[in-house]
Design a protein around this ligand. Structure first.
Ligand code: CA
Length: 324
């Protein structure tokens, strides 16, 4: 089977780490680059974590890891404490033995969009800073990328960072707005869907039983579950980032509609809100021209859990891809 070219852009991040493992486990993708972006952790720590994960999952020799933008487009960098002191709980992974790439993430994305024009899938599971930077460098990236799937946003459910905004979009709302207004074919996989597919304590015992190759994964998921418990009181954890990777190959993990997403970038109160205007809406609002003009760009927006069980598929798939 021919594996399709893909780029993963990530701010590792506990669920980012297992999203990479899941991507590799599917066997569907030819990972051309692993891009780091600040978000859950500052940009430099994201790069270190990404290199460590590339080594841990045995791809360091084959997949270049690129350093991302040093900061959000127009915000002060902010990192969540949800993912622990290193971003991977307390895990400090040995660095990759591969030489450091000098090409930055945005430049790599521009280059790969040319090399794999019309074929390249991009999955972004952190703030959209690198993708926006690539689009600013070369707006034609939007027309060369086959499909962008990003984890972010909350269309019709509450946010997790303020009452209406999801963290990735909140962290760099300007970047997100550049992306959804660029013309790039995109699918937004936000909290409407990601909160619906969970990792359970029972899944930990499957990892524990799988031997040394799943010990890192078990530690990461144990830390992730603990963070959920400490921060939200929930005893299960949302599979946010892995789900975005899953949707890149099969939309039936979610229900989705076509419409326009506009990101709130002006308000302090609702910063990062992803306002969803359904494409098939029979409601007629009286939009000002600046908003009406935006509705020519549409994407797919995940609005709930789909018929295919992602939680089951996730655990089965990571079990296929032990770490080194
Ligand atoms: Ca992430």
């Amino acid at each position: 089977m021919v594996r399709a070219p893909i780029v993963l852009d990530s701010d590792p991040g506990l669920d980012d780490a297992v999203a990479l493992q899941y991507l590799l486990g599917t066997g569907l993708w030819d990972l051309k680059a692993y891009l780091a972006v600040g978000g859950n952790v500052p940009a430099e720590q994201a790069f270190r974590n990404a290199r460590g994960l590339a080594r841990a999952f045995g791809i360091a020799a084959d997949v270049p890891v690129h350093r991302g933008a040093g900061r959000p487009i127009s915000r002060v960098e902010f990192s969540a404490d949800f993912h622990g002191p290193t971003g991977l709980g307390t895990e400090v992974l040995p660095d990759s033995t591969a030489p450091e790439q000098t090409e930055c993430a945005a430049a790599a994305l521009v280059r790969l969009s040319k090399e794999y024009e019309g074929e390249l899938t991009v999955v972004a599971i952190g703030p959209l800073t690198n993708v926006a930077a690539a689009l600013l460098l070369d707006p034609q990236v939007a027309y060369r990328v086959r499909h962008l799937v990003f984890m972010g946003g909350a269309a019709r459910v509450p946010g997790n960072t303020n009452p209406v905004a999801e963290f990735n979009v909140w962290a760099d709302p300007d970047a997100a707005d550049i992306v959804v207004s660029s013309g790039i074919p995109y699918t937004m996989v936000g909290l409407d869907a990601t909160n619906r597919w969970r990792f359970h304590r029972d899944d930990l015992s499957r990892l524990d039983a799988a031997g040394p190759g799943q010990r890192l994964t078990a530690r990461l998921m144990r830390a992730y579950l603990k963070s959920y418990e400490d921060h939200t009181g929930q005893d299960t954890a949302a599979l946010h980032d892995p789900l975005a990777v899953g949707v890149a190959s099969d939309e039936s993990f979610v229900t989705a509609e076509t419409g326009t997403v506009i990101v709130e970038t002006a308000s302090h109160l609702t910063r990062g809100q992803t306002v969803f205007i359904p494409g098939e809406s029979d409601r007629s609002y009286d939009y000002p021209p600046a908003i009406s003009a935006r509705t020519k760009h549409t994407g797919r927006v995940a609005l709930g859990a789909g018929p295919r069980d992602f939680s089951a598929h996730f655990i089965e798939t990571v079990l296929l891809r032990p770490s080194a």
